[in-house]
Design a protein around this ligand. Sequence first.
Ligand SMILES: NC(=O)c1ccc[n+]([C@@H]2O[C@H](COP(=O)([O-])OP(=O)(O)OC[C@H]3O[C@@H](n4cnc5c(N)ncnc54)[C@H](O)[C@@H]3O)[C@@H](O)[C@H]2O)c1
Ligand SMILES: [Zn+2]
Length: 352
Amino acid sequence: MKKITATEYDLHLGDATEGLASWLAERQYSGVFAIVDAEVNNHWKPLLSRWKHQFHTQQFIAPFGEKRKSLKTCQSIWKWLMEQGADRNALVLNIGGGVVGDMGGFCAATFKRGIPFVQIPTTLLAQVDASLGGKLGVNFNQIKNNIGLFKNPKTVLIDPQFFKTLPKRELHSGFAEVTKHALIADKELWNKLLKINDLQKIDWLALLPKIIEVKNKIVKKDPFEKADRKALNFGHTVGHGLESAFMNSKNNLLHGEAVAIGMICESYLSHKYLDLPKGELEEIVNFINRFFDKRKISATRIKKACELVKHDKKNDGGKVNYSLISRIGAYSINHHLTKVDLEESLNYYNLM
Ligand SMILES: NC(=O)c1ccc[n+]([C@@H]2O[C@H](COP(=O)([O-])OP(=O)(O)OC[C@H]3O[C@@H](n4cnc5c(N)ncnc54)[C@H](O)[C@@H]3O)[C@@H](O)[C@H]2O)c1
Ligand SMILES: [Zn+2]
């Protein structure tokens, strides 16, 4: 079991059963209440039944997903916690992807003015991004993560064995955030990633600490996203616009898929405005195209994305705020760019 220290809490990397057993053995809670993604339960039933008995957990198993990341689902969770008799000394375990982590954490952080919770992320995206840094919340009024707060978990148990059952598309989606971490702050990690050809064959136990460290360092410097933490939005201004523009369409984009395209667009803008070297821009484009299928963004979608980006929460005073890179491994925040820049970058993506 490898221990990584983050702000206020430790992460444990390795077998989750072992991690949970030793972590709980040193603590006393009035009850342990697990919020479990139904898909995870389907694939890991024997493991979760074992946990139920070994750790005396009650389990709230439900299909979650982005559409159910809502206050309505929170009400069911709060109600269930009350029915189960959870009090202020109870512990919540969030077992699932970023949706369960963000929403289960939010429910715990607000239940009886806040009870402790532990994150057990089961997707790559959640292990390298969502479970770290204390951002919790749900979607509201069609805006993502519109209601929420910052609160750190007691610990995060990172176990890459869960990737065995993760659909390939989800694994790739999470890999976009891995790529982002390297591009904004770790050239050495980037050079390691360049050697990867097949995500199924990665030694995650060796690689995850380096990826996690990037986010930990940035969050430590700026926990409430006043400055440096904005660097983590690289690829996301365009990415969110595309994600929304493709929402409810037959060929929807997963978050990471949209971010992957967003990183190509924003690398192009980094080249245009910050002199990101042409060679590095090409290296980024080739790398992303190796892992993500090419999507044609139609003129109508480009227009729609431009409209949606205007409403992005990263805007200050009407201008669209981008986080870019001046070199691979060197982020640069607060660049206010125009609609023309966005269109141009999407046209560049279409050509590459
Ligand atoms: N808090 C943050 O800082 C932060 C950062 C990034 C993303 N997020 C949030 O994270 C969410 C996205 O996270 P996600 O990509 O993990 O989505 P998710 O939780 O919806 O999981 C993706 C899919 O994988 C399934 N799944 C999960 N684990 C599995 C496993 N081991 N085997 C098989 N299937 C499995 C789920 O049922 C789901 O269908 C978004 O809501 C986003 O807003 C939060
Ligand atoms: Zn993201």
